[in-house]
Ligand binder design. Structure first.
Ligand code: PLP
Length: 370
């Protein structure tokens, strides 16, 4: 199989698996137990916390391990004060936009920060949101579909001046571009393990000291009382190892992905009727989303699958229905072109040969005369 869907999930890195295995076997102690068998497991969690902290330039005590990016986003939004005002960008992942819609139903004021044709939030949209004086704002660092990177640091500074709590969903940015919590100037940030060659079902909410966080899960003192429940030890250990590897290999990974993406984009642009979304915006080094006039994205995805090539027709979490991607619609992409969207997200193990094969197959599907 040629796997070109790393924004949906990544394979577990062999070194991550190796680090996890003892914690699915001999080291089964409860990290809250006081005897040695428990303490040993607690210290493995402490190591993982430091490894994740190191990747994003925070203290280990600023990390709350969660069951993934979805929980981290929900936990962040849960911390909005009663009837507090909320603002989110128009292109957030459903794990931000749906809890936000739920809060709106419960009476919170919700402002949507619109984006331009390149998928970038505009200063005008930020100014409009600022005029509403929100208590909480969420702007993602990199979009899962288009890969577009937002200037979160710039907007965080403006919202911080109002005393607004700023959250960023950095799930897709992590491990692909440098992510420095302090430099971003946000108060809350969400991460996920399985997008960086770690296991699924693990992530983190990172917080600045002094930020109010309202727990969703109560009934235990784990994670500084912010997230009760016995820790998913093996997954946390794996997340830590994945973070350590991402930190050590970031430059090399970026170079590899950028080279592949450059090759892919130039080949794609040779296909008549094909346009790359947000082509001229700053994007993740691994993500290319495109549309082809007159094609159906879901259909193309299925045909590529028959040829053992795995791609996404938009966001993996949103696929399954034939409705155009809300992200593309928010960018002003015409509905039919949005329905033709295919997302390619490259990973560490992809090769030039795989991309050339993909291009050959794609061309034959788009126009059998090729
Ligand atoms: N945020 C973004 C931008 C994502 O792309 C995803 C997953 O696709 C999530 C959050 C959810 O993360 P998880 O799968 O760990 O719950």
């Amino acid at each position: 199989m040629i796997y070109l869907d790393h924004n949906a999930t990544t394979p577990i890195h062999p070194k991550v698996l190796e680090a996890m295995l003892p914690f699915l076997g001999a080291f089964y102690g409860n990290p809250s137990s006081l005897y040695r068998h428990g303490r040993l497991v607690r210290s493995a969690i402490d190591t993982a916390r430091s490894q994740v902290a190191n990747l994003i330039n925070v203290q280990p005590t600023q990390i709350i391990f969660t069951s993934g990016g979805t929980e981290a986003n929900n936990l962040a939004l849960q911390s909005i004060p009663p009837l507090g005002k909320l603002a989110i960008s128009a292109i957030e992942h459903p794990s931000v936009s749906q809890p936000a819609a739920h809060l709106q139903q419960k009476g919170h004021d919700l402002t949507i920060i619109e984006v331009d044709n390149n998928g970038l939030v505009t200063q005008a949209a930020i100014d409009k949101a600022i005029a509403e004086k929100p208590d909480f704002v969420s702007i993602m660092l990199a979009n899962n579909e288009t890969g577009v990177i937002q200037d979160v640091a710039r907007y965080a500074e403006q919202f911080n001046a109002l005393g607004t709590t700023v959250h960023t969903d950095a799930v897709q940015a992590l491990g692909k571009i440098p992510v420095d919590f302090e430099q971003l100037g946000v108060q809350l940030m969400s991460l996920s393990s399985h997008k960086i060659y770690g296991p699924k079902g693990c992530g983190a909410l990172v917080f600045a000291k002094g930020t109010t966080i309202t727990p969703m899960l109560r009934g235990g003192s784990q994670e500084q009382d912010y997230r009760a429940g016995t820790e998913n030890v093996a997954a946390i250990v794996g997340f830590g190892k994945a973070a350590e590897l991402a930190c050590a290999e970031l430059v090399a990974r970026t170079e590899h992905l950028t080279n592949l993406t450059t090759l892919l984009e130039s080949a794609l642009l040779g296909i008549p009727g094909l346009s790359i979304f947000a082509q001229h915006a700053q994007r993740l080094p691994n993500t290319v989303q495109f549309g082809i006039d007159g094609m159906d994205g879901e259909m193309l995805l299925m045909k590529l699958d028959q040829k053992s090539i795995a791609v996404s027709s938009g966001s993996a979490c949103a696929s399954g229905g034939n409705t155009p991607s809300p992200v593309l619609l928010a960018m002003g992409v015409e509905a039919n072109l949005a329905k033709s969207a295919i997302r390619i997200s490259l990973g560490l193990n992809n090769t030039e040969a795989e991309l050339l094969e993909f291009i050959t197959v794609l061309k034959s599907l788009v126009n059998p005369a090729y």
